[in-house]
Ligand binder design. Structure first.
Ligand code: NDP
Length: 240
């Protein structure tokens, strides 16, 4: 059996698609989310109906105490945790003069504290087994910048720095660390984005689908991707 995989923010959108793809590839999946219990149950039911294995773990990745307790429980299981997909994220878009401190804090806490809280406890067990895959969800906004997304782009650029540094720390241990930087993917997160304004910036002239991002993440989690580390892989319909 393949190693267990933890996917944060997997009750819907990209995370749900990633959980389904990793389960289909044979990983028992631990599906994290914050509050949408019914949606998470639905994703878990789909995974089980397809023959996969899925456990639900509701906790706020930005909450150090709650994440610490959850990770202790996850790591107490004798089955190794081999894959972490740090996907949980929120956007609170506003031009900087209108950006409230609470929104700045929430966006950075979810992405950056979330990465730290979930990833750090899992590193040494991965090092001891000499195998691991850590995949962090960044964004095209981190790479290109985006009006109204100062907080979001800062958080998503921060995760790129963390990815590259952690990849250097772990490269000799058989553990890869990569970031995925999606463009506009059709999920709840972009519901309020005016498509007529953004479409001219997308050469492919369409939104991406969660399953397309999930296929990339599943590849990065596979043995075949063992020589790819420290990379930021765009998936954005050609946005440059
Ligand atoms: P959605 O808004 O559709 O889903 C967000 C998921 O994250 C939900 O499962 C939500 O749980 C969970 N979540 C939010 N905050 C927390 C938290 N504090 N702790 C645990 N779980 C949390 O987002 P997408 O699927 O669109 O995005 C997934 C990732 O991809 C994010 O990191 C996002 O920034 C990134 N991304 C998305 C793009 C897009 O165009 N959609 C483009 C580039 C990057 P619950 O349902 O319980 O609230």
């Amino acid at each position: 059996m393949k190693a267990r995989a933890l996917v944060t923010g997997a009750s819907r959108g990209i995370g749900a698609a990633v959980a389904r793809a990793l389960a289909a590839a044979g990983h028992p999946v631990i599906l994290n989310y914050r509050s949408e219990h019914a949606l998470a149950e639905g994703v878990a039911a789909e995974i089980r109906a397809a023959g996969g294995s899925c456990t639900l773990m509701a906790f706020d990745v930005g909450d150090a105490e709650a994440s610490g307790a959850a990770m202790t429980q996850i790591l107490a299981d004798p089955e190794p945790l081999g894959v972490i997909v740090n996907n949980a994220g929120v956007a609170r878009d506003n031009p900087l003069p209108a950006l409230e401190r609470s929104d700045w804090d929430l966006v950075l806490r979810t992405t950056l504290d979330g990465f730290y809280n979930v990833t750090r406890p899992a590193i040494m067990p991965m090092v001891r087994r000499r195998w691991g895959r850590i995949i962090n969800m960044s964004s095209v906004s981190a790479v290109m910048g985006n009006r109204g997304q100062v907080a979001y782009a800062a958080a998503k650029a921060g995760i790129i720095g963390a990815t590259k540094s952690l990849a250097l720390e772990l490269a000799r241990r058989g553990i890869t660390v990569n970031a995925v930087a999606p463009g506009l993917i059709e999920t709840d997160m972009i519901k309020s984005v005016p498509l007529e304004q953004v479409m001219p910036r997308i050469p492919a002239q369409r939104l991406g689908q969660p399953d397309e991002v999930a296929a990339l993440v599943a590849f990065l989690a596979s043995d075949a991707a063992g020589y790819i580390t420290g990379q930021v892989i765009g998936i954005n319909g050609g946005m440059v």
